[in-house]
Design a binder for this molecule. Structure first.
Ligand code: FE2
Length: 372
């Protein structure tokens, strides 16, 4: 199910390379000095940690994001509060695995990751704790946060239909449901059902249509595939642009990234596809979030809450969302120019917590429908 199984943490496999356990534990060291050194080490480490807490407040962030704007925002947070931000960057699934491994000894104070399904997973595995904050209650809309405040959305991402401008009239396809219609046979491209974006989207289909109709929809889409599910969101756009398929299910920021890329070839690729915000006549386009939560064993809990409150401030929301062509969760924030060019749209206000709750059901439906 995880996106990034191949990204398993380096430390667990890497440390084995070239090291065979020896019967002579002390190896080249003489035992006495070795034990003394270890004793000193264990005495000094807690002292260092203690000193650091007193002299320099910190907050430790585990984040899947690695944008320059995030770094600039963290520096600004430090300038305003005196709290230093230390960031560990890795893939979303890797960070969750790492938190599980570290348990109560984890130095992490906050987890920043993508997809409500993953945030829900982090909560159900006991990796997060609830946060009481009037600021967060007020700023983050109810459907974009955990009902018991274990996590909060930071940016909104919309799953849209990307279509070939050359071959498709957008009037022809205005809903997710239409992807299953017979006229799209051999024209739909998609990622595999292991992808969390697809799982969460299927969960939203179950929430909207019920299990039976959602499964029927999945069978219809599978029957319309131009090729077996494969690749990432950008690959879907590429395959629509090159004519392998005519329409794809993707997050809009991937098109935004292409349109704003440094290289002309990527920008041209982006220009070849149009985007449709589906289901404007009923529930609206499917919404997901990148989000944040305070870790269950956060050593710097108060600093963590201050950081989250900072990240939903007006200034931070604009920069945080713009970095990846996503939409702010806070009301009244200017959108990036590319998002403005796409116009306003109706967004599904389904409680995102449901995406996590319906995750297993969604996976079973994909299996039964043969969406591999
Ligand atoms: Fe993504």
């Amino acid at each position: 199910m995880p996106d990034n199984l191949h990204d398993s943490p380096v430390s667990s496999s890497g440390s084995k390379v070239g090291h065979r356990p020896s019967r002579n534990d002390a190896g080249p060291f003489r035992r006495g000095p070795f034990i003394l050194a270890m004793a000193l080490l264990f005495a000094v480490v807690p002292l260092l940690a203690g000193c650091e807490d007193e002299s320099e407040p910190v907050v430790n962030v585990y984040s899947h994001r690695h944008y320059d704007t995030d770094e600039a925002l963290f520096q600004q947070f430090t300038a305003e509060t005196g709290i230093r931000v230390r960031v560990v960057s890795a893939s979303a699934d890797e960070l969750i695995a790492r938190l599980e491994r570290e348990g109560a000894a984890s130095p992490a104070d906050v987890l920043i990751t993508v997809d409500a399904g993953r945030l829900h997973r982090a909560r159900t595995r006991g990796l997060l704790q609830p946060v009481e904050s009037e600021v967060l209650q007020e700023v983050v809309p109810e459907h974009l946060r955990d009902p018991e405040n274990f996590w909060f959305g930071l940016t909104q991402r919309i799953r849209v239909l990307a279509y070939a401008r050359e071959r498709v009239d957008p009037e022809e396809i205005q809903s997710y449901e239409a992807l299953a219609d017979g006229e799209w046979e051999g024209r739909v491209v998609a990622r595999t059902s292991e992808n969390i974006y697809n799982i969460s989207h299927m969960a939203s289909m179950v929430a909207a249509l019920g299990q039976e109709a959602a499964e029927e929809w999945a069978r219809g889409v599978v029957a319309n595939f131009a090729r077996p599910p494969q690749g990432n969101d950008t690959d879907q756009i590429r395959d629509v642009a090159s004519g392998i398929g005519d329409v794809a299910l993707v997050n809009s920021y991937y098109v935004g990234r292409l349109l704003n890329a440094d290289d002309a070839a990527s920008r041209e690729l982006g220009e070849r596809v149009g985007i449709i915000f589906p289901n404007q006549e009923d529930r609206g386009a499917h919404v997901n979030v990148s989000g944040i939560g305070v870790t269950a064993h956060a050593p710097n809990r108060d600093h963590a809450v201050r950081l989250i409150e900072f990240l939903v401030s007006e200034e931070a929301q604009r920069a945080f969302a713009e970095a990846n062509f996503e939409y702010p969760v806070r009301e009244g924030i200017d959108w990036a120019p590319t998002l403005r060019s796409w116009g306003t749209f109706r967004a599904d206000d389904l409680e995102l917590n449901r995406l996590g709750e319906l995750n297993n059901e969604a996976v079973r439906i994909f299996d039964r429908a043969g969406w591999r």
